[in-house]
Ligand binder design. Sequence first.
Ligand code: BGC
Length: 742
Amino acid sequence: MYQLKSLFIFLAAILAGVGVLAQSDTEKDVASRVDSLMNRMTLEEKIGQLNQLTGDGEVTGPVTLNQDYQQQIREGMVGSMLNVNGAEYTRKIQRIAVEESRLGIPLIFGYDVIHGYKTIFPVPLGESASWDLEAIEKAARIAAEEATAAGQHWTFAPMMDISRDARWGRVMEGAGEDPYYGSKVARARIRGFQGEDFSKDNTMLACAKHYVAYGAPRGGRDYNTVDMSMRRLHETYLPPFKAAVDEGVATFMSSFNELNGVPLTGSRELVRGLVKDQWGFDGFIVSDWGSIQEMIPHGVAADKYEAGDLAMNAGIDMDMEGKVYQQELKNLLEDGRITDVHINEAVRRILTKKFELGLFEDPYKYCDQEREERELLSDDNRAFARESARKSMVLLKNGDVLPLSKDLEDIALIGPLVQADDEYIGTWSARGEGRHVINVMEGFRNKLGDETNLSYAQGASFTGQSKEGFAEALETARQADAVVAVVGESAMMSGEALSRMDIGLPGVQKELVMELTKLDKPLVVILMNGRPLAIPEVDKKAPAILEAWLPGTEGGNAIADVVFGDYNPSGKLTASFPYSVGQVPVQYEHKNTGRPKVEDQRYTSKYIDGPNKPLYPFGYGLSYTTFEYAEPRLSQKEIGFDETLEVSVKVQNTGELAGEEVVQLYVRDMVGSVTRPVKELKGFEKIRLEAGQEKEVVFELEAEDLAFYTKDMEYKAEPGYFKVFTGSSSEDVQEGEFTLKR
Ligand code: BGC
């Protein structure tokens, strides 16, 4: 089959007068193959490689006259398409590029494969709560296997924007608030998507996005202005991107936002200077959707000509759905505003990836309908989606209610999310479909069979103010032995352009839950949402709360596994849940201030109407068993710059069930040339303990782990006194101390 295909392509290439394949047989390495291809390209064809157009899939911004995109591909004016899907369709479009354009250069197809392609995993924020890097990598691997079977070469993922603002809708797409953990997750996801070898037919290019600081918009409003110190940028927002380069990520995407007055898409300093020159990133950088011409409304370019100038000089290689490069690069070159060195560099970077993907050997190798039929939504993939969803769940509260007994006769399922299939897969759910979702009603039925009576009342809609459904819901609940309320956000309440001012339970859902708490029945509140929610009243009154996020295709089965005790929850939050939106931005890694909070002392740093601390902190999550921590033991009281400190902590499962625990390590530099946070995560390990079992976890710390940007913006550790903390969350810790010697 493969040989036939190659022969066909070979002949097609000869017929088209190309010789690309003959060339690939004779050229030894990618670089020289790229060079020799470039020698035969016209300026227009080179500019074409920098142009990415959208097909007819998901449209997230203005579309610029794309009806003629097939003709443009024929004319060599397009290097990449996004939102073109399926083995059959991508083959059709690829054929135009390969057989009908002068040089037959294959297209790269890109798509937002964010948390699965057809089999949908929990939203990334939820997935990150598993603290299970292998599972996170595997979910990305499965997503890549499915997407590549359906013609995709490139995913616009992972999103690695750190965010401490739950109002921002896109917190859902990231790994939470912490740069250390966020970097680990980014690397795991990149490994999963890219695998080890691009020349395979099931690996795809990953994309480090959105570069950078997109997760810190003022007011939490998407696309809004970002203004922050360079120290904050370097310490918090850049690390995942640097980690992505170290992991060998193939592409970057520049973000929509400005940072300190400069839109990232035009930031020569941060894009070309830092990513390409300083970090040595050798892949290519795509703009975000239309972000080149958005420099006009940003107010740093008068027109597309100036915007193109800024972007090309900044080092943006590919223009996503903007057509600015297509329209303006030639003029800019003629006017000497940009040089052919810039254009050639961008073309070279893009072609290199096409060669690495093996597209010149077989441009259709990702368009395999048989594989598509076989692999998408396979039983194995679904099974892992279930595994991934239950690993992501965080038990926020449990007053002896969970797990529920499978012998209950009557369970009432209440709330707008009980059987709202479409919502379970969240936004950015690629080709996922609600009709493939197992909802909570179905998951419970699968688990319990026909023995148990499952009754249902919606009670409330997502955002409506009507309480008309309360009476029925309460009556249904009254008849039951236990009540499970499934409440939260609809899919369209988190994700791009879905920021919220109020991050409580929307509509009258909180009131519904409050009414249910008055019934004096075993009540479990299951939350589905794409962001941290502020739910102090629910926390106060509801006996048990399970955070299930937007759990994906197998959500209902996974929830049933946890609710009925077939899986002992082990997730921990990666983003703090505030008491109130008024605390936002909120994170565990804060500074002490000169007047740290002292209860009842007026002139200290605090609110007069609520706590400083979040409701549920970073790293927090309960289990059906209990874990007891011993104090941390340090191998030395002092370490030198070239020594390693071992911090050991014994953890025992003191409950009656086997369970998993995420053991966490934090440090604090007590005195620095600049102020340092009260805690910074520096290590974690997820362990499994049988009932009664004890394990010792050993962390290693070196001077490099203690480094930060000093007063002179040098990245290094400073000698002095440190505290080290180990425990089960960022708040529940025990401490030790050591000195880093000069
Ligand atoms: C988003 C990106 C996404 C792109 C393509 C943009 O609106 O910001 O994250 O990859 O659209 O769909």
